[in-house]
Design a protein around this ligand. Structure first.
Ligand SMILES: Nc1ncnc2c1ncn2[C@@H]1O[C@H](COP(=O)(O)OP(=O)(O)OP(=O)(O)O)[C@@H](O)[C@H]1O
Length: 252
């Protein structure tokens, strides 16, 4: 499924947080949003997954007008991994992942064989099957993040929104999660902080500053020393990593 975001502006308490942003993610593309803390990445993503109403603009997911469509219909197609995954009541890992099946069920539907199979498969993928009866609240930050990803996998989405999906994860799981998401091979829009990771795995990047898009394009077009200094206020040199062949960044 593809995503089209047109002229989104979001004002919160008279402050312009997102200023006329348009972007596109084609189906099967992995697109990254980069920018400093507070530049509006999460706020923009929230407006796409309907937690926040923009003041202006529209969002199309496939043929659906996201801002007008019912949340349940959107949830059948759109999976979201947010930045904070805290919950107040405790659930087991299995119950948390089963919640991903909710958009596919009718009112009072019980859990069918297929739901259990999907949950098991998703837990296997994130390497947490052995944790299925553990209490979610007792997990580490990285384990929680993987459970949330399993919940999204069980949801069988056609498009993914990820807000710093590698938060809390050690280097092994950072890479695994990104690879896993790429393997699902559906349109994905992800806010990321790690520029090297973004440069290695994203097909396309949008670079934000103060709520606006500064530039966009392929990683090698966006991750230049001039753009990085302008947006993040740090000096660096860009090189080709001799081992991976991807973009390397040496901060000065
Ligand atoms: N509900 C709110 N009320 C007031 N200000 C808000 C609200 N939500 C976001 N903001 C402000 O909007 C700006 C953008 O926040 P946002 O969370 O979108 O940034 P971000 O780019 O995702 O940052 P980070 O990289 O730190 O996660 C910040 O200055 C934040 O304080």
């Amino acid at each position: 499924m593809n995503l089209q975001v047109e002229n989104i502006s979001i004002e919160i308490g008279k402050k312009q947080i997102v200023d006329d942003i348009s972007l596109r993610v084609n189906s099967q593309q992995f697109v990254g949003i980069l920018g400093p803390n507070g530049c509006g990445k999460s706020t923009l993503l929230k407006s796409i997954y309907k937690v926040l109403s923009p003041n202006k603009g529209y969002v199309k997911l496939g043929e659906m007008d996201v801002l007008k469509e019912k949340s349940k219909k959107i949830a059948k197609h759109l999976g979201v991994v947010g930045q904070f995954n805290e919950i107040s009541f405790d659930f087991t890992v299995e119950q948390m992942v089963m919640m991903g099946r909710t958009p596919h069920k009718k009112l009072l539907d019980s859990e069918a064989k297929k739901d259990h199979e999907m949950v098991e498969q998703a837990l296997k993928t994130v390497n947490l099957l052995a944790y299925k009866n553990r209490s979610f609240l007792t997990l580490s930050g990285g384990e929680k993040q993987r459970v949330i990803l399993a919940r999204v996998l069980a949801q069988e989405p056609k498009f993914l929104i990820l807000d710093e999906p590698t938060n809390h994860l050690d280097v092994k799981y950072q890479i695994e999660i990104i690879k896993m998401v790429k393997q699902i091979n559906i349109g994905t829009l992800a806010a990321l902080h790690d520029l090297t990771l973004a440069g290695s795995y994203c097909d396309y990047l949008y670079l934000l500053k103060n709520g606006s898009v500064v530039t966009y394009g392929k990683p090698e077009e966006v991750l230049t020393k001039e753009n990085i200094e302008f947006v993040f206020d740090v000096k660096c040199e860009i090189y080709q990593n001799p081992v991976t062949g991807h973009i390397g960044i040496a901060y000065l």
